[in-house]
Write a protein that binds this ligand. Structure first.
Ligand code: HDD
Length: 700
């Protein structure tokens, strides 16, 4: 934002000429009046009705009562899971007709944009919890198609903790704050979660994902999304294939490092929500490609796992993703509550051309979401709330109920009828939704299929497909989380599971915990784990796009900082389509070498280096003496280095790097002239300096 210009005057210095000096506003001609909810103009919104200026407030004050009563009822029950969410509007546009695999209307015409609303979320924390706990991220998309709303309610991980919906309340009760003490908030690092997990071998694959860098994303704009379950695509001719949905961010995926996540959570609890909001506001619209892995019925038997098992994935190396189109988020919500809070996603909101599979987790979800909206949104008419209402016409004979906002006309609310008018809605046998006619037989029983029993092979596949730093992070996360579990048996049981996944991982975690491996419980797998071919596409670092696009640079400037260098850096980042924010010791700005007072975005105390992907420090010799004694400045640099960032610095700033204990390496670049700037940008494009990590941190 900041460039060479005088900082804007503080807003208090420029009062609106319309406002009088008194404590309350008076009506200005042409401005709308405040009214009660009945439309009665309000003459005074600052003072309640009293008997005498210092006397008691009167019960008669219906204006006070209406205002307070409304306020008292402003909250609705928060979601039992995914309570913390951030939303945005946008559109989806297909690349080409997908009629060969599905008749879904919104996937056919490359010229047609379908409006969408997206909500990203964390799972465990309450609505007011921080954005960066270690957690799964929800990725819900509502497509307002011409054939009705289609909700794709996915996560940023392609597998799940459990195989059957009947266990969902258990896994969620285990991860949420413990019921007696009401903590920890938004954290899986506690006994009840690991108690449940250690007794649930089917969760081991998901645990590898949840302990990986995927659980601490750099930005919601950079998360991948997955439908998780196997769904069906059905053509107009009735040919069905299985599909797995994937969302891929076009700017690539990235994560923060754990120490950063901890610090960001304090420095900016709204880090992800703010990042999404600001990117959309500055026109840097987040984009994802939507793709599917298509599995022919004939291929199902060739897979070495059961497609109905939501704890399994199909490596892209085996079945590649066919990209169908692109989603762009280009508008922030107008109102967080009305839209992001009230949006109601249901996996049962489906359109012709898409169908369900018999995945028992999915089948349970088909009930749960509709049910939860009834209590969350106060009754069966939640589809009339603007964010939930289909954009296509909708009409049927359902009537009445709480929160009915429409006025259905006519005397007939049933079918068939010979007295209903010709325009009354009728069934649509040709284009209406039809369930795929599948033959189903079987005994009634409560049993898990034996084809769901291999709980370790894909956990191993995931772990062994990671790069070395990613494997280290998984081990660190496990050690961190298990260290918070005071029940020794739970730790030892988990060590037993880890041994079934990878003995190296088991040993590393045992060492990090300082626990003898001899005490690890032996867990007998139902199916012996197999060594599957590595799937490099599962690694984030492995497919880092090496770009600064959509990333954020922080430039720390002091009085006397080189103005030319600052301008060169700003121009270079702009060319890379990266955002830049300036930080100075004080929010009043810094006067650069050309005598211009430069406005900044953050004071040092409020703009820690954890906010940025790469940083530069432009200081003057004069400023340096004070700075090198300032803990906030030293920590700024030390953290940037410790978080493996590429650091550019002016010659005068070098002493600060020394004090911060920075050991110069290929990621610390002296900004001397145009060459220095170029080298800095080229290196910063490569992202974090992973080779620095082992020199700074050991596991545990
Ligand atoms: Fe769920 C919300 C994703 C299994 C029951 N879920 C919810 C949201 C997401 C997911 C992204 C937030 C929606 C929003 O933004 O409003 N859930 C998943 C995925 C699952 C999954 C990817 C497994 C593959 N969920 C799952 C099961 C059940 C639920 C098995 C119950 C049997 N989920 C719910 C819920 C929520 C919900 C309680 C809370 C708020 C809501 O639905 O609207 O019904």
């Amino acid at each position: 934002m900041a460039s060479k210009k005088s900082p804007p005057a503080p807003s208090s210095a420029a009062p609106s000429p319309k406002l009088p000096a008194e404590t309350h506003q008076t009506a200005v001609e042409g401005q709308p009046h405040l009214t009660t909810n009945q439309g009665l103009p309000i003459s005074d919104n600052q003072n309640s009705l009293k008997a005498g200026v210092r006397g008691p407030v009167l019960l008669e004050d219906f204006i006070l009562r209406e205002k307070i009563t409304h306020f008292d009822h402003e909250r609705i029950p928060e979601r039992i899971v995914h309570a913390r969410g951030s939303g945005a509007h946008g559109f989806f546009q297909p690349y080409e007709p997908a009629a060969d695999i599905t008749e879904a209307g919104f996937l056919q015409d490359p010229k047609k944009k379908t409006e969408v609303f997206v909500r990203f979320s964390t799972v465990a924390g309450g609505a007011g919890s921080v954005d960066l706990p270690r957690d799964v991220r929800g990725f819900s998309v509502k497509f307002y198609t011409e054939q009705g709303n289609y909700d794709l309610v996915g996560n940023n991980m392609p597998v799940f903790f459990i195989q059957d919906a009947i266990k969902f309340p258990d896994v969620i009760h285990a991860v949420k704050m413990e019921p007696d003490r009401g903590f920890p908030q938004a954290a899986s690092a506690h006994a009840t979660f690991w108690d449940f997990i250690s007794l649930t071998p089917e969760s081991m694959h998901m645990i590898m994902w949840a302990m990986s860098d995927r659980a601490i994303p750099r930005s919601l704009r950079m998360i991948e999304g997955f439908g998780v379950h196997t769904f069906r695509f059905i053509t107009a001719e009735g040919v069905s294939r299985f599909v797995k949905f994937h969302w891929r961010p076009t700017i690539g995926s990235a994560a923060v490092v754990w120490d950063e996540a901890v610090k960001i959570s304090g420095a900016d609890p709204d880090f992800h929500r703010r990042d999404l909001w600001e990117a959309i506001n500055r026109g840097d619209f987040p984009e994802w490609e939507l793709g599917v892995q298509v599995i022919e019925e004939s291929q199902v038997a060739e897979l070495d796992f059961d497609l109905l098992d939501p704890t399994k994935l199909i490596p892209e190396e085996i079945i590649p993703i066919r990209m169908l189109g692109k989603m762009v988020l280009n508008r922030n919500p107008d109102n967080h509550f009305a839209e992001t809070e009230q949006v109601a996603f249901c996996p049962s909101h489906i359109v012709p051309g898409i169908g369900f599979s018999d995945d028992p987790l999915l089948q349970g979800r088909l009930l749960s979401y509709l049910d939860t909206q009834l209590s969350r949104l106060g009754g069966p008419n939640f589809h009339q709330i603007p964010v939930n209402a289909p954009r296509c016409p909708f009409s049927n004979n359902q009537r009445d109920g709480l929160r009915q906002m429409q006025v259905p006309k006519g005397r007939v609310a049933y079918e068939p009828s010979q007295i209903s008018p010709p325009e009354a809605p009728r069934e649509c046998p040709v284009h209406g939704f039809r369930t795929l006619p599948e033959a189903e037989t079987g005994e009634k029983l409560r049993k898990r299929s034996e084809t769901f029993a291999d709980h370790y092979s894909q956990a191993r596949l995931f772990y062994r497909s990671m790069t070395e730093p990613e494997q280290t992070h998984i081990a660190s996360a496990l050690a961190f989380e298990l260290a918070k579990v005071e029940v020794i048996d739970i730790r030892n049981r988990m060590l037993g599971h880890l041994g079934n996944i990878d003995e190296g991982l088991q040993q590393t975690v045992a060492d990090a915990l300082g626990m003898p491996l001899a005490n690890a419980m032996a867990i007998q797998p139902a199916v012996a784990p197999r060594d599957l071919d590595r799937s490099p596409s599962l690694s984030l670092i492995g497919k880092d796009p090496h770009t600064l696009k959509g990333r954020k640079a922080g430039i720390f400037i002091t009085d006397g900082a080189d103005a030319e260098l600052l301008a060169a850096l700003q121009a270079a980042f702009k060319k890379e389509k990266a955002a830049v924010e300036l930080i100075a010791p004080k929010i009043g700005g810094a006067t650069t070498s050309d005598g211009v007072l430069v406005a900044v975005d953050h004071a040092l105390s409020g703009g820690p280096s954890v906010f940025f992907d790469t940083v530069a420090i432009l200081a003057s010799e004069d400023a340096m003496a004070d700075l090198a004694r300032e803990a906030a400045a030293v920590n700024w640099v030390r953290d940037a280095f410790g978080h493996l960032k590429v650091i550019g610095y002016s010659l005068e700033a070098a002493p600060l790097l020394d004090v911060a204990g920075v050991e110069p390496d290929e990621g610390t670049i002296l900004l001397e002239g145009a060459k220095g700037v170029k080298a800095f940008i080229n290196t910063a494009r490569g992202g974090r300096r992973w080779e620095r990590e082992p020199t700074l941190r050991s596991i545990g």
